[in-house]
Design a protein around this ligand. Structure first.
Ligand code: AMP
Ligand code: ZN
Length: 146
């Protein structure tokens, strides 16, 4: 019976892993794959107004802009928030900030200035649990933020 239970536990673990690799698993801080809004934007299932794209990163316009320029820059691979970042995301982070520089120039806000912000969790107002950096510009920004 002991080995039977062990076999059940191992196969349950294997099933979880297979599900996670397939991209349909719910993880801490968000959903991977099918249930994640920005994964759907990345795949094209949800339409977006693309601003710029690299192999690892997509930039698209925010649907509810808070400034004349309001672009979201996201890794194509699912990451729930900045709290889940590790050294394995180093390449994507470099790309993200390079894309921010390109977008700022493309939008004509590079010399006037702009803000890059990412919300983490409830108190910060994170509403989509796929890491995204807001690039806001085209108007003066106040500080501290609300
Ligand atoms: P946050 O509240 O920091 O998680 O930011 C989520 C952002 O995603 C908000 O600014 C929303 O306006 C934006 N948003 C939600 N759905 C879409 C969508 N389908 N396309 C573009 N932006 C979206
Ligand atoms: Zn996602």
């Amino acid at each position: 019976m002991g080995t039977g239970w062990a076999a059940v536990a191992i196969s349950a673990g294997a099933a979880w892993m297979a599900e996670a690799l397939r991209g349909g698993d719910k993880q801490l801080g968000g959903y991977v794959g099918t249930d994640c809004l920005f994964c759907k934007v990345v795949s094209g299932e949800v339409p977006s107004e693309k601003v710029f794209e690299t192999e690892k990163v997509l930039a698209f316009r925010d649907i509810n802009p808070q400034a004349p320029t309001h672009v979201l820059v996201v890794p194509k691979r699912h990451v729930g928030s900045a709290a889940e970042l590790g050294t394995e995301h180093a390449d994507e982070l470099v790309d993200i900030f390079e894309v921010c520089n390109v977008v700022a120039r493309q939008e004509g806000v590079d010399s006037s200035g702009y803000r890059i912000v990412t919300n983490v969790g409830r108190n910060a107002g994170q509403s989509v649990f796929h890491l995204h950096f807001h690039l806001l510009g085209g108007r003066p920004m106040t500080w501290p933020p609300g």
